[in-house]
Design a protein around this ligand. Sequence first.
Ligand SMILES: [Zn+2]
Ligand SMILES: [Zn+2]
Length: 416
Amino acid sequence: MITKVRGTHDLLDTTLFDFVINSAQHHFKRAHFTQIITPILEPLELFKRSLGVHTDVITKEMFIIQQSSESDLICLRPEATASTMRAFLEQGNLSLPWKVFSYGSMFRHERPQKGRFREFHQFNLEIIGTESIAQDAFLLGLLDQLFQNVFKCDDYALLINFLGCGQDRAEYKPKLYAFLTMHEAAICSACKERKEKNIMRIFDCKNPTCQELYRTAPEITQHLCARCTKEWKQLRDQLEILSVTYTHSPTLVRGLDYYDKTVFEFVTSSLGAQNAFCSGGRYNQLATLMGSKTDYPSIGAAIGIERVLLMLEQRVDQLNLPQKEALSVVMPLGTEQQNLALLIGDLLFDAGICVEVMLEEDSIKSMMRKANKLGAQFALIIGPTEQETGTITVKTMMTGTEEKIAQRDLVHYLKK
Ligand SMILES: [Zn+2]
Ligand SMILES: [Zn+2]
């Protein structure tokens, strides 16, 4: 037997998935975001430039598709921000700020674990072409409302940090370097490597000794320029105005190269170790990293759908899930009634009624069992008598009561 690829999953009941996607779409459309769709296939070069060649995503986790020539390697997208920026730059001439969302499959060749797949779904939001930190507060407010009011989550926290501008980090990094040199003996070997290659990544270390030590490390927010200091305060003030509860996490730096200023994660204890279900930040230099002559300061977020599903499965009863449509099941008692059953099914469908016609030539007992399993509201029985007299027997499944009515009155009967 052929089984699914490791790290992928089948979703055979999409009720909750649809709820998450539909309500997020509705939520962000109301905040005047536009939906876009970008390809799953992208040039590998796009992510090398945007994520940085030294990141885990690029060095270990890319699904690369070998083309005939080396120069045009393509890959399955590992995230959506770079694609969105590419689409924005390629289209040109869009009015700013460009507020868009998209959702779909992303691909990373990681070790599969609970809530983490190699093919996974994200819902992505980007506000491209804005320097205003108030947009950051606005986006965080919208996300918080979605999780709290629509998804009815209460056991999560919003962690934020402010990484300053490039200049601030250039001045901060030597101070962090000096701190690490002072504690060289205490840090793990991976952190020793990060210290030389990409120093701010030390904060992503999962080693408890390192984590404990980094609590006393110099904080980037204490090394901000005048403008960034003002923006960092503005962000916190505006989150308060919007009643968004947050925690400042000085060690939150996010995994990717292109972030500056605002970075954030929504985390929950209900997911175990993989506890972030939404994350993002500001990426002011991404456009220029990708070859644009103009800077387009931007802010974005990604919601991990599989992780949200894991959270919501625990509280399905609190959600405002759409009601299932009332189902009518047409039951021909014999082969001779099949044509009539098809016609009646067609008529009901045309009238906007949710209908299933039983065409497997089963016994009435077996058809009733199936209709019960399907949660049908009405069983519409057609035997030789009904066929001859132009009637139909309608059984209300809930009460078991039966009523014989004229076929021409059926639509009217079911709709009342
Ligand atoms: Zn600055
Ligand atoms: Zn470490």
